[in-house]
Design a protein around this ligand. Structure first.
Ligand code: HEM
Length: 483
């Protein structure tokens, strides 16, 4: 496929809402701490921290790797971000926040995968088997890519799912998971008319489970997660419909930008490829770029996966120099740095300082020695996004979020599942994953994206470890729905 070389085709940071992925009316954002004053950061600090050569640029220091976080986790973190928040306003805006629209619903409901469903977006689905999502063929005629139109543009529920190869390959793995569920449910005797909805619900519940029981413990710590799941969130308002707080979308949940590596190996013995330009998306993915998820996620008995970078306030070169395919043409070259954009967003939405949030939730604020903003001539408090990164570095050695970051991220993710009337925690709190897992009673992201080769042959609900002892069927997943 020939790509146009005359200039950026899309601005994926600023792209205006398009009919394909803008739900009618759009959602609004909310605030966790409306009573706290905005920090109002000097634009000189934004640029000193965020631009190429600034404090966030990993080129200015030596960085190690995380000891515990596999490189696949931030990719999944980004997948979750795309499922729940999309603010398409220009990065330079200083609008009234009531004008901001979240074009995703604040639910872990995989709308980036399913779009508006087979009726509204039939081009995402197989014509031969309409309960299944469509896969595209790559240069070796294997169904290992997203479906694409004749210009190579992905047919996908949200264009951001094709921004780089790692995320588009994660989407491919999720499509496969859905299609496997359709096959299983058919074997279980679910009527054809109910197959799509049943498979969608089963996948969505497994995904929600992975977010709450695998991703969240790795991101905010196991103890915090268990407390939150048992006691419920304290700060996220119980609004109906639930909305994403700006402190989450424009600061805390952008922590993952610091975990991204400069290079990735996609398969055993394969070359190290830069995120950009090597793994840039928006074009067909050749067979030699197909991701083997065991390289990026821990699998019992498998080789150690590549590691994420620590959360430490620094970003890799690929994100400090975003390609024009992502940013579009820029008036200010510094807006090509994702760190500058993250800081500008927090300013534009008038977020409070990290120290102010820490005081409000009874956490010990970072000291000036820990934030080191004086090195950049700034005597004030710390922008929330940068604070969350430095807090993770100072309090958790970069392995997971510290108290402020963990509170915001954990509370929002638990709240949006708890307040979704279709989630497993609302419909059936006693539900447990029924897809095969490698370890008994522990269903992981790797089980979802890279199932054990034997697992595909096992009755669903059985782990390779317990084959022969279980009799559960997938229909247990969907009994509530299918009656
Ligand atoms: C390869 C990696 C990634 C790239 C290239 C990327 C790129 C971007 C870009 C260009 C934006 C828009 C910036 C703006 O104008 O405000 C953005 C926003 C965002 N990113 Fe990332 N990102 C990556 C990974 C992640 C990860 C790992 C996470 C979280 C774990 C994350 C969470 C977010 C969030 C929450 C937003 C705001 C989305 C919205 O509300 O519209 N990103 N990212």
């Amino acid at each position: 496929m020939n790509r146009a070389t005359s200039g950026p085709a899309r601005d994926h940071c600023l792209a205006p809402g398009r009919a394909v992925d803008a739900p009618p009316g759009g959602g609004r954002y909310t605030r966790l701490f409306p009573h706290l004053p905005p920090l109002g950061v000097d634009s000189r600090l934004v640029h000193a921290l965020g631009r190429a050569g600034g404090a966030c640029d990993s080129a200015t220091c030596r960085r190690g790797e995380s000891r515990t976080v596999a490189a696949g986790w931030p990719v999944f973190g980004q997948y979750v971000a795309h499922d729940i928040t999309a603010d398409r306003s220009p990065v330079t805006h200083h609008d009234d926040e009531s004008l901001l629209r979240n074009v995703r619903s604040a639910r872990l409901n995989l709308e980036c995968l399913y779009g508006d469903g087979p009726v509204a977006q039939p081009y995402l689905y197989s014509r031969r088997d309409p309960a299944k999502l469509l896969l595209g063929r790559n240069d070796r005629s294997r169904h290992d890519d997203l479906p694409r139109n004749q210009e190579g543009t992905a047919l996908v529920g949200d264009p951001r799912q094709d921004v780089h190869v790692l995320i588009s390959q994660m989407q491919v793995a999720m499509i496969r998971a859905h299609n496997r569920l359709v096959d299983r449910l058919r074997i279980d005797g679910i009527p054809e008319a109910q197959l799509f909805a049943a498979a969608r619900q089963a996948l969505t519940w497994h995904y929600q489970w992975v977010v709450l029981h695998d991703f969240l413990p790795a991101t905010i710590g196991r103890e915090r997660t268990e407390r939150l799941l048992a006691e419920g969130p304290r700060y996220v308002p119980r609004d109906q419909p639930v909305a994403i707080p700006l402190e989450f979308a424009d600061a805390a949940y952008r922590y993952g930008h610091s975990q991204i590596r400069d290079t990735y190996r996609l398969r055993p013995g394969g070359p190290s490829l830069s995120l950009f330009p090597d793994l840039l998306g928006f074009r067909p993915v050749p067979a030699d770029r197909v991701v083997d998820w065991r390289e990026l996620l821990p699998v019992p008995g498998g080789p150690p996966p590549q590691r994420a970078r620590p959360i430490d306030g620094r970003l890799p070169a690929s994100l400090v120099h975003l390609p024009p395919d992502i940013t579009g043409a820029l008036d200010d070259a510094d807006h090509g740095s994702l760190a500058v954009r993250d800081l500008l967003r927090g300013n534009a939405t008038a977020l409070p300082s990290g120290e102010a949030v820490a005081r409000a939730v009874g956490a010990q604020p970072l000291t000036a020695e820990e934030t080191r903003l004086a090195d950049h001539g700034w005597a004030g408090e710390t922008p929330l996004w940068y604070y969350v990164l430095k807090e993770a570095e100072a309090r958790e050695d970069g392995e997971r979020l510290g108290p402020v970051g963990a509170l915001i991220v954990g509370e929002v993710l638990v709240r949006i599942v708890d307040d979704d009337p279709g989630s497993h925690r609302c419909v059936d709190p006693s539900w447990r994953p029924t897809l095969p897992s490698r370890e008994p009673d522990r269903f992981t992201l790797a089980d979802l994206l890279a199932p054990h080769p034997v697992a595909g042959c096992l009755p669903v609900g059985m782990s390779p470890a317990t084959a022969g002892t279980s009799t559960s069927r997938l229909t247990q997943d969907v009994g509530h729905r299918t009656g």
